[in-house]
Design a protein around this ligand. Sequence first.
Ligand code: 3HC
Length: 315
Amino acid sequence: MSNEEKEQKFQEQIDSNGHIEPKDFMPEGYRNNLIRQISQHAHSEVIGMQPEANWITRAPSLRSKQILLAKIQDEGGHGLYLYSAAETLGISREEMIEQLHAGKAKYSNIFNYPTLNWADIGAIGWLVDGAAIVNQVSLQRTSFGPYSRAMVRICKEESFHQRQGYEIMAKMMAGTKDQQAMAQDAMNRWWWPALMMFGPHDTDSPHSKDAMKWRIKRETNDELRQKFIDKTIPQAELIGLTVPDADLKLDKKTGRYAYGKINWEEFHRVIKGDGPCNKQRISHHIKTHEKGEWVREAAQAYKQKKVKKEQVLTA
Ligand code: 3HC
């Protein structure tokens, strides 16, 4: 088949809602877009463990410590599924980590903000994982097989993440005046960066046109952002939290909220590396990656020994 015929067959597979598997023909642009998005998704999961880990030793009860430990462990696992999905496209784990350490690969803006108190752990679970769920439920229908299957698995765990965060916020809003003030302050600090998680407006999103044509994305950045806003505002109002947006306006007919302007200058500053915690997040990742060298060497040695043993047995 000529390249044109292969590309046509590929697009027909996409248009018929079929999965593209690693061994199938795919245009380089499709492969590169997926390597970029999936590796950055994986980086986000792993870097996202840091702000929450900050509160493991200071969780207010044994139960809340257990829940937080379980959630953080889940995030590490999500990162592994996603790195593995990206590896099926021909990039190695080492290359992806090198890109992250060299600042050549991004991770989600949201993880560059500090977690100042326990209410932030509630806001992250409720808002950040809540936003991730909206995005990842949609990505379950992505055209690349390994990514879609990883999303199905990850979404099963995300709802627990969102519910435990909302429970923390609900408890604090039912608590003392100080706890209510802490929860509201966390809402004020995390609301807008959570909206930025969905990426720039569709008109400013350089990757969306191809991503929608190739069904890597099934809904656009703005469509998913709107879904998140419409479902989260009633949750905030239910527990007495105020959404920090004076321009919010509910259209009763559609159930959609008009919202205020997002500060894209802050978004671009943060994703360029100049957020409150960017340097700390990367230096911590580099330090722990170097410290973990011996684990990777041991696993490699074990694998080689196992392969050698199988070769002897089958010789
Ligand atoms: N943070 C950092 N960079 C972002 C971003 C964000 N929130 N949103 C967009 N960008 C970057 C893009 O990576 C791209 O830069 P690049 O060319 O260097 O990669 C640029 O801004 C233009 O954005 P586009 O909209 O054109 O890019 P995409 O088509 O990739 O759309 C996206 C952005 C919607 C985030 C898409 O990549 C996506 O859906 N990714 C998968 C989901 C994901 O990564 N989520 C991160 C959070 S994971 C998480 O929350 C874990 C939870 O369990 C806690």
